[in-house]
Design a protein. Structure first.
Length: 246
């Protein structure tokens, strides 16, 4: 067992962590898939928050939301994003304000992606943003929200998959765990399967009944005890709960 496997990355959601056999293996890239009518954002932020609370570092690369969106949601989860940003415990990479470089709009943030059509530039933005953590050897969690925007913006699927492969290789080397949210409905079955085969794990959130959404672990590399039994997810007043189906 490697040093990364000895301390899996937990979500802080007991039922989900138990279903994962304790958490996500370090060094992994995980797809967190959703579909129209449900969203993976809050679960992804739970994962990020759990790491930050335990002294880890983290980054958010956003192609879909402004910084305030994460500030507000993290506050509900008990985390002050502004303080973490000031101390560089958390880094925000802005790929939302001007993602195609069409306008003169300038981001207020140090770490910016102005052209998400070039996945290599996105990978380089993550590398530069996290340079300060390399010598600290502190566990790190990343959130790419979402990889769907990068896939759709890229000239071809092969170019976009090279970004994911780069993250996989980098994470294996430094033990970072990266969640990539993905909107399942907007991708072809061929592209989706290619991506699912490439990554280390897939967790899918699907529409359930009027009260619950369904959460299922489709794949988790390096973990032989995870459960494929669906779980129920509910959100109330910004708080997310995962339960076993009765």
């Amino acid at each position: 067992m490697s040093q990364f496997d000895q301390n899996p990355a937990r979500f802080g959601l007991p039922v989900l962590d138990a279903a994962l056999g304790g958490g996500i293996p370090r060094g992994s890239v995980i797809l967190l898939e959703d579909e129209i009518g449900v969203t993976a954002d809050l679960m992804a932020l739970h994962f990020l928050t759990e790491g930050l609370r335990s002294g880890e570092t983290g980054y958010v690369l956003s192609t879909e939301h402004p910084y305030k969106y994460y500030v507000d949601n993290l506050r509900v989860l008990g985390v002050n994003a502004d303080i973490l940003l000031e101390t560089e415990r958390m880094v925000f990479i802005d790929a939302f304000s001007n993602p195609y470089g069409y306008s003169d709009m300038r981001s207020e943030f140090k770490n910016v992606v102005n052209n998400i059509t070039q996945p290599r530039a996105v990978s380089e933005a993550i590398r530069r943003a996290m340079l300060h953590t390399q010598s600290q050897k502190i566990p790190c969690r990343g959130l790419v929200d979402s990889v769907s925007a990068i896939l759709l913006a890229s000239e071809n699927v092969r170019t976009a998959l090279s970004f994911v492969q780069n993250r996989i290789a980098t994470n294996k080397d430094d033990g970072t765990v990266t969640l990539m949210t993905l909107h399942k409905d907007i991708h072809s079955d061929h592209d989706l399967k290619a991506l699912e085969h490439l990554v280390d794990g897939v967790i899918r959130i699907s529409i359930g009944d009027d009260t619950y959404s369904s959460v299922k672990i489709i794949k988790m590399r390096g973990s032989y005890t995870f459960s494929k039994k669906p779980m129920a997810m509910t959100v109330s007043a910004g708080q997310l709960s995962i339960m076993e189906y009765q």
